[in-house]
Ligand binder design. Structure first.
Ligand code: CTP
Length: 468
C-alpha cells in the first residue's frame, strides 16, 4: 500500500477512537490484512486499533507500559515479557530519561511496535498519540515510576508523552515506584503517593533491599513477577463485581510480638493468611484497603496500603490513626492480650531458680474501635476459640459491640492457625441467622465474609431509607 494512502487511513482511524477496522466483507479483509502486514513490516503499530483479527474469540487485554528514567528501567523488559506471557498485548511508551538507561529499540523489538517517546518526533505516526494510546488500552502500567513522574501525575502536569497519556487515560493506572530510599521517604513523595491513592491509582509498593546507590532500605522496584501479578489482578478486577467500591476497609492481620528482652518475645501461631486473604478480596471488589499487619508469614498483597507493626501497642496506634476514615473495620489479627510489664534492657541471664514474668493487659483494639464507632461504620471481629465456639463468639460480639463476629475453631488442625483452609461460623448482632461455612480455602472464606458485609451494608441503607 502506498505510504500516503496508509497515512490517511491511519489518521481516519486515529480520530475514530476505539473503533477497529471492520473485517466483514472480503475486500475489507484484504485491506485489513494489508494494513496489518504494513504495520508489522514497519514496526510502528502505535496503538491497538490496528490489531486485525478475523477470529471471534474475546480480544486480548491491552496494556500500555510506560517506562520512566531510573536504573530499574531494565526490569521493565521482564514486566513486558511477563505481561505478554500472560496473553496481554503490550505497547510501550518511554520518557526521554528512560532512554538513557534502555533504548526504545529494545522495547520496539520485544513489543513489535513503535515506542513513543516524543509526540513531536518526526517519525511519530500519530499526531494525537497520547489520546489514541490512552483510549485504546485496558490498563496503563508505569514501571518503574520515578519520583518526578509520580509528582507530575499527582499534580496533573502533562509535559511529555507519558504524563499527557496519564491525564488522558480513562483505564485503570498501576504505578510501581522505584527510587532512592531518602527520595521515597521524603514527605513530598509520600504526599504524592497519597494523592495518587486518593485519585484511584493502583500502587505496587517498592521492595526493601540494597539499592544501586549502595543505600539499604525501601525503594527498589518490586519484583517484575509481582508487578505482572498486580497488573493481571487489576485487569481481572475490572471485569469482576465491584460491590465494595467507595468503601475504605481497614483490616488487622497476623500475630503481634511482645518483647521480653532484646532477644525474646511472646507471640502466637497466627500466619496472617486470613487477614491477608480478606485484604486481597476487598481490594479485588473495589474497596480502598488499609492493611495493618503484625507479624505474618505470607506475602502481603500488592496494591494495598500496608502499615507494618510489631507489638499490640504499635498495632493499636496504627489502627487508631486510620479508623476515622474507615467505613469498615475487620479485626483479623491475633493480638496478644498480655505483654511483659517490663522490657528488660539486656538479655535476661539464666540462674538455677525459676523466674516470674509479670504480664500487663494490652489495649483492646477491636473493642476501642467499636466504642468510638463512626456513624455507619461496620465492625467485624474474629473469635478464635478451642471450646464452646458459638457461645464464646456471641459473648464477644455483645461485649465488644460488633456487627458480626467470625468464629473459628482453632483446635482443629485443618482450620486452625497457619492452615490453608478455614471453617467458620459468622454470627450477627441482629436477628440474622448464623452462617456456617464448611472447610474451604481462606480466599473463599474471605469472599463469603465480604458477601455478608455487603449484605449488612445493604440492609443498613434500606433501614435508613425507610426511617427517613
Ligand atoms: N482483638 C483486638 N485487640 C486485642 C485482642 C483482641 O483487637 N488486644 C481482636 C482480635 O483481632 C479479634 C477479636 O478481638 O477480632 C477477638 O480476639 P480474642 O483474642 O479471640 O478474644 P478476646 O476478646 O481477647 O478474648 P479471649 O482471649 O479471652 O478469648
Amino acid at each position: 500500500m502506498p505510504e500516503q494512502e496508509f497515512s490517511s487511513l491511519l489518521l481516519t482511524q486515529a480520530t475514530c477512537g476505539k473503533q477497529s477496522v471492520s473485517v466483514s466483507s472480503g475486500s475489507e479483509i484484504i485491506l485489513a490484512q494489508q494494513i496489518a502486514q504494513y504495520c508489522t513490516d514497519n514496526l510502528w503499530v502505535l496503538h491497538f486499533d490496528f490489531i486485525m483479527s478475523e477470529n471471534k474469540e474475546p480480544r486480548r487485554k491491552r496494556v500500555g507500559l510506560a517506562v520512566t528514567g531510573g536504573i530499574a528501567a531494565y526490569k521493565a523488559i521482564e514486566v513486558l515479557r511477563g505481561l505478554q506471557r500472560a496473553g496481554c498485548e503490550v505497547r510501550v511508551a518511554m520518557t526521554r530519561h528512560a532512554c538513557e538507561f534502555v533504548t526504545p529499540l529494545t522495547f520496539r523489538a520485544l513489543s513489535g511496535s513503535y515506542v513513543v517517546v516524543d509526540d513531536y518526533s518526526d517519525d511519530n505516526p500519530d499526531p494525537i498519540a497520547h489520546i489514541t494510546f490512552s483510549q485504546t488500552i485496558d490498563l496503563f502500567v508505569v514501571a518503574p515510576a520515578t519520583a518526578n513522574t509520580l509528582a507530575k501525575f499527582a499534580n496533573g502536569v502533562a509535559d511529555d508523552f507519558v504524563t499527557s497519556t496519564y491525564l488522558a487515560c480513562t483505564a485503570p493506572v498501576l504505578v510501581t515506584p522505584a527510587m532512592n530510599t531518602t527520595m521515597l521517604e521524603h514527605p513530598a513523595t509520600q504526599r504524592n503517593l497519597e494523592q495518587l491513592r486518593a485519585d484511584g491509582v493502583h500502587i505496587v509498593n517498592p521492595d526493601a533491599g540494597e539499592m544501586a546507590c549502595g543505600t539499604i532500605g525501601p525503594g527498589r522496584l518490586s519484583d517484575p513477577e509481582k508487578i505482572v501479578a498486580a497488573a493481571l489482578a487489576v485487569l481481572t478486577r475490572t471485569d469482576s463485581k465491584a460491590d465494595l467500591t467507595g468503601e475504605h476497609v481497614l483490616i488487622t492481620a497476623g500475630a503481634t510480638r511482645e518483647p521480653i528482652d532484646p532477644v525474646r518475645f511472646l507471640s502466637n501461631r497466627s500466619s496472617g493468611k486470613m487477614g491477608v486473604a480478606l485484604a486481597t478480596a476487598a481490594r479485588d471488589r473495589g474497596a480502598k484497603v488499609t492493611l495493618v499487619a503484625g507479624i505474618t508469614s505470607v506475602e502481603l498483597p500488592a496494591d494495598v496500603r500496608v502499615v507494618n507493626t510489631t507489638t499490640a501497642a504499635d498495632m493499636y496506634r496504627a489502627v487508631m490513626e486510620n479508623a476515622a476514615s474507615a467505613t469498615i473495620f475487620i479485626g483479623a489479627a491475633a493480638v496478644a492480650d498480655y505483654a511483659p510489664a517490663q522490657l528488660a534492657e539486656q538479655k535476661i541471664k539464666k540462674t538455677n531458680s525459676s523466674i516470674q514474668l509479670e504480664l500487663a493487659r494490652t489495649p483492646d483494639i477491636l473493642g476501642d474501635v467499636a466504642a468510638a464507632r463512626r456513624h455507619g461504620q461496620l465492625i467485624v471481629g474474629f473469635a478464635a476459640e478451642t471450646e464452646n465456639l458459638l457461645k464464646h463468639a456471641t459473648e464477644k460480639l455483645r461485649k465488644k459491640g460488633l456487627d458480626a463476629i467470625v468464629a473459628n475453631d482453632v483446635s482443629s488442625r485443618e482450620s486452625g492457625f497457619d492452615s490453608e483452609k478455614n471453617a467458620v461460623a459468622i454470627v450477627f448482632r441482629d436477628e440474622r441467622e448464623i452462617v456456617e461455612l464448611p472447610l474451604m480455602s481462606k480466599n473463599e472464606v474471605a469472599h463469603r465474609i465480604l458477601n455478608e458485609i455487603v449484605e449488612l451494608r445493604r440492609s443498613q441503607k434500606s433501614h435508613q431509607a425507610s426511617t427517613n
